[in-house]
Design a protein around this ligand. Structure first.
Ligand code: UT7
Length: 312
């Protein structure tokens, strides 16, 4: 079995900013309510771009770091709930064409906000078994397309964005554990048909319970204590969910990274956008153990625990 690690990362945030004050003009809501109940102050949305355009920009951002060469990519796994076309082709194939990469397998996956973690877990399995060495994993969401802009319960929560990660056997940022889990009996509490409809409280409760359970499970498997982790990077849905998990696990909330204030919930892109920001701010040291974890529609959840040893 080969080691796997996170070799490089990039991200993309669209230009158009939408503040809570902008939303006050179109919805029966207030800046105070949104900040108090979610922690979100602003989010960014695309105008003309499609998911594949955002994905391409995230990949280009990653390639600029010159850690990975485009031609080295052997597979693309893309997570999105807002593919360019309904059904098919996959947005991964459209991205492949935009990247001008020939003869590599490309496909999309659906695991909502847990999608990036699920995609990493698939890439991890391919690489561990020796089939490939470098797999591009993308999380991209054009949530603005599937929001009912008359529904204050959901419209204030989400934003658009993309992230690109290369998972590889050539990385020293070794992935030490991955857990994924689903809870299909609750599928109705968060659906897109054709717009996002959500029983917020149910998702909230699941997120706190499941996030805590997965963190404990992962730490127990590796015989690590909560203090061995330098940073927890959760899916960015609501600051109260993140605080709820830190409180339940009795972990200092300063160890939980959050940028939900700036970007809202970018679904399967959120963890990558947050990790990229953490790297840019140089918040990790060599040997830092990092926990990425997600929860979302399905219901679904997942965790990746890796050790940071070299710049991504
Ligand atoms: O990525 C995973 C996807 N989703 C999530 O993670 C979301 C999880 N859930 C949540 O984050 C929270 O449940 C919400 C932020 C969605 C809602 O917060 P809450 O504390 O659970 O509020 P609530 O749904 O119980 O609503 C409280 C009140 C209600 O009014 P009444 O019935 O008490 O009169 C809502 O109608 O707040 C009202 N409300 C709003 N008021 C102003 C709901 N949305 C808004 C709004 N502005 N945007």
């Amino acid at each position: 079995m080969f080691n796997t690690g996170i070799l490089s990362i990039g991200s993309y945030i669209p230009k158009k900013k939408l503040t809570n004050f902008d939303l006050e003009k179109i919805l029966d809501t207030t800046n105070e309510w949104i900040i108090e109940r979610t922690g979100i102050k602003e989010r960014y949305i695309v105008e003309e771009e499609k998911a594949s355009d955002m994905a391409l920009k995230a990949v280009e951002n990653m390639l600029e770091k010159r850690i990975v060469k485009k031609e080295e990519i052997e597979m693309i796994i893309l997570s999105t709930a807002t593919s360019d076309y309904n059904g098919y082709p996959s947005t991964a194939c459209i991205l492949q064409s935009k990247l001008e990469l020939k003869d590599i397998p490309c496909f999309d996956i659906t695991a909502a906000c847990s999608g990036l973690i699920y995609a990493i877990s698939i890439a991890n399995a391919y690489i561990k078994s020796g089939i490939y060495k470098k797999i591009l994993v993308v999380g991209v969401e054009k949530n603005s397309d599937i929001l009912d802009w008359n529904d204050r319960n959901t419209a204030v929560l989400f934003g658009d964005g993309a992230t690109a990660i290369v998972v590889s056997s050539d990385s020293k940022n070794i992935i030490q554990n991955i857990e994924t889990s689903s809870n299909g009996e609750n599928y109705k509490v968060l659906i897109v048909d054709p717009f996002i409809k959500m029983e917020g409280k149910e998702v909230f409760k699941y997120a706190v319970k499941e996030g805590s359970r997965l963190i404990e499970k992962s730490l127990n498997k590796l015989k690590l204590s909560k203090e061995d982790i330098s940073m927890y990077i959760p899916h960015q849905a609501n600051i109260r969910i993140i605080d709820g998990i830190s409180k339940k696990l009795k972990i200092n909330k300063k160890l939980f990274y959050s940028n939900v204030e700036k970007f809202g919930n970018t679904s399967s892109a959120s963890i990558g956008i947050a990790l990229d920001e953490v790297i840019k701010k140089e918040l990790l040291n060599v040997n830092s153990k990092v926990v990425l974890f997600a929860f979302g529609a399905g219901l679904s959840s997942g965790i990746v625990l890796f050790e940071y040893n070299e710049k991504i």
